[in-house]
Design a protein around this ligand. Structure first.
Ligand code: URA
Length: 232
């Protein structure tokens, strides 16, 4: 696994050990294999790193949002998902339950996933921010800067085949851009050291306000489904 030097510095400061894919030597080839050439030792290490990241996030005090949150929201789904969906930040209900997209926008997101034959157990859903901005205000740039290394590590760990950015805030943070959503949609981007293909679509909360744009969101979802080849 490769991470950008800035990301490594942040992660080191947070005491996070990065997961590294082991090259199989002759010796390790003798150890039991779980699947896809991954040894039980490597799988244990991987699970441990994921758990450590989860704990680091839950104890995070890198920005002021830790003062007002009820819960951190790490993400939900399969840690072997092919599709990673990334929203903006937890809202009130997500903060209360510690799970992303559980309010009205979450119901729509579940329906969007079902439309391409997926559900939240088979994908992974995360946010740019792991804590709720009070009053659901927009995330501040310094909050995004503090929190992004967690998301970067999640991407490195999950190694998804496709990322779907939900809304402008998420897309801008991932692309380090200030472009409007319109300019970022309808093209494949590549994200992070792993250059994961990423598409940008509308945030489900926006679609609740502007249902006339659901047809465009459906076109985005079909592109994701096509790239995944029906298996996510
Ligand atoms: N909106 C988001 O962007 N993320 C959530 O988890 C909930 C609402």
């Amino acid at each position: 696994m490769t991470v950008a030097p800035w990301q490594a510095r942040y992660l080191q400061r947070m005491g996070i050990d990065l997961w590294r894919r082991r090259e199989l030597s002759d010796a390790s080839a003798q150890t039991p294999v779980v699947s896809d050439g991954v040894t039980t030792e490597a799988a244990d290490q991987r699970a441990g790193d994921w758990q450590a990241l989860r704990q680091t996030v839950s104890a995070c005090r890198l920005c002021g949002l830790c003062e007002t949150r009820q819960n951190t929201v790490f993400g939900v789904g399969s840690d072997s998902a092919d599709l990673l969906l990334i929203g903006e930040a937890p809202g009130a209900e997500e903060d209360r339950r510690g799970e992303p997209f559980v309010g009205a926008a979450g119901k729509l997101l579940d329906n969007m996933l079902r439309a391409i034959d997926l559900d939240r157990q088979r994908v992974f859903i995360a946010n740019v921010l792991k804590c709720r901005p009070p009053g659901n205000r927009d995330p501040k740039p310094e909050e995004i800067r503090s929190c992004m290394p967690y998301l970067g590590t999640q991407v490195e760990h999950l190694q998804p085949r496709v990322i779907l950015a939900l809304g402008k805030v998420s897309a801008q943070a991932l692309l380090e851009s200030t472009a409007p959503l319109k300019a970022m949609r309808e093209q494949w981007h590549q994200v992070g050291a792993l250059r994961v293909p990423m598409l940008v679509t509308f945030h489900p909360a926006y679609l609740l306000r502007r249902p006339e744009d659901k047809a465009k969101a459906w076109r985005d979802l079909c592109q994701v489904r096509d790239l995944l080849g029906g298996a996510a």
